[in-house]
Design a binder for this molecule. Structure first.
Ligand SMILES: Cc1ncc(COP(=O)(O)O)c(C=O)c1O
Length: 422
């Protein structure tokens, strides 16, 4: 039986849970249009340019955080907390659990507070899941191209990373169910690290696809780790379906990971949570948390989560999604007009865009050199998402319209230079 999707919201709009103010909306809109200078703030995206690209002279459009201000109502919440002047230890209050329950209920599915375990970010959650649900030497299955830590987490814990690549069909990725089942049997796979929606392609999986994958996992008793960090940013008409919402049996086989980190640009706060329905799996996972002394969110992550998962957060989300869709449309339009050989995989969720340059370059080093030296853009190398990423680059379009124009101008200038040489 399908589990209840999107229950009623428990917390009404009150003085403690207000709407966005006019000033908030003006600040959000300004943030979407004006570039924000992140240099000299220890921002990874900027400070690693020299090491990664060999130069600081690239517009960095790689790490998956947003070059947009964290929403003003969250900043105000953190400022108010700092006014108290004491940053001691915290309990995880009922209001925190309730904010997660309400957010998930309204946007995704019904979650019980006692099934939530906090993580020190979402990657931390899937690294611990590898420890909890597999033994040394076991296979952990991943489907590249995939967010690079999925490839590292098994190996870092002495497990085998079993790769079953996604296959391209009509310019979109699909899962190879036959190859998945064969690999599970052959390599003693105990755990699947699954990305829903998918990074780097922005693919939102259909109910039928999720069902088919889950049935294979149930048949072979493979635990499903469903990383749903990008789920809030699903664009209509696509709909995010939480893996654990499909049926009670599937919920019992699934660990869901989520976070307000991507949606509200809170990556630096180290925030995340796991939702685990099955008591035995919860016990195994909790034991790993205890062995590593990982229990709670830090002060800022705790207050930011409550503030993000509020009425104001609900009102911010459609504004953000509209801005991201505008950027994706503008950039895709530019490429299709001026670089028609670059194939843009239209994301169904999120702000990361997977670009296929294989018709322009058959050598990855030349592709990288062209982007860095000629376009002066710092993108993620497709190869870091697995061998199947050859020929690809990932661009992060969570930027202001001004920054997007700068990126476009840089590519336009390169085009003019090419034309004047030829
Ligand atoms: C699928 C996926 N999971 C996890 C993360 C990292 O999240 P966190 O910073 O909470 O570890 C990312 C960041 O890009 C991601 O794309």
């Amino acid at each position: 039986m399908e589990k209840t999707l999107k229950a009623e919201l428990n917390s009404p709009v009150t003085a403690d849970n207000p709407h966005l103010s006019r000033e908030h909306i003006a600040a959000i809109e300004q943030g979407f249009t004006q570039a924000i200078n992140r240099e000299n703030t220890f921002a990874e995206k900027y400070d690693l340019r020299q090491r990664l690209f060999g130069t600081d002279d690239v517009l960095p459009m790689w790490v998956a955080d947003m070059d947009l201000p964290t929403p003003p109502f969250i900043i105000e919440t953190l400022q108010q907390r700092l006014e108290h002047l004491v940053l001691g230890y915290n309990l995880m209050p009922e209001t925190l659990y309730q904010s997660i329950i309400d957010w998930q209920a309204q946007h995704h599915y019904v979650v019980q507070g006692s099934h939530i375990r906090f993580t020190h970010n979402v990657a931390n959650g899937f690294f611990m899941a590898v420890q909890a649900f597999s033994q040394a030497g076991d296979g952990v299955l991943v489907m590249p191209p995939i967010y690079p830590p999925f490839l590292n987490a098994p190996q870092a814990n002495g497990r085998q990373t079993i790769e079953v690549p996604l296959v391209l069909n009509n310019e979109r990725y699909e899962m190879d169910f036959a190859a998945i089942e064969t690999a599970i049997k052959k390599f003693h796979v105990k755990l699947l690290l699954f990305c829903n929606p998918q990074n780097p392609s922005g693919r939102v999986w259909s109910k039928e696809e999720l069902q088919q994958l889950a049935e294979i996992c149930l048949r072979h008793n493979v635990v499903i780790l469903s990383d749903e960090i990008h789920s809030d940013l699903t664009f209509a008409p696509h709909q995010h379906i939480p893996m654990a919402s499909l049926s009670e049996d599937i919920a019992q086989q699934t660990i869901t990971l989520s976070s307000p980190g991507k949606t509200f640009n809170l990556g630096g706060l180290q925030v995340g949570y796991a939702i685990i329905d099955n008591p035995q799996l919860r016990k195994q996972y909790t034991q790993i948390c205890q062995q590593n002394s990982i229990h709670d969110l830090n002060t800022f992550a705790l207050h930011a989560t409550i503030s993000a998962y509020s009425q104001q957060g609900r009102e911010y989300l459609p504004l953000l999604k509209q801005h991201l869709q505008n950027n994706i449309q503008t950039f895709s339009g530019f490429l299709s007009e001026h670089y028609p050989k670059v194939n843009v995989m239209q994301p169904q969720a999120g702000y990361l865009v997977w670009l296929d340059f294989s018709e322009m370059f058959d050598n990855q080093q030349e592709l990288k050199a062209w982007l860095i030296n000629d376009c002066k853009l710092g993108l993620n190398d497709g190869l870091s998402f697995g061998e199947v990423g050859k020929g690809y680059m990932r661009i992060n379009l969570a930027v202001s319209t001004k920054t997007l124009q700068q990126a476009i101008q840089r590519m336009q200038k390169t085009l003019l230079q090419c034309n004047s040489v030829s």
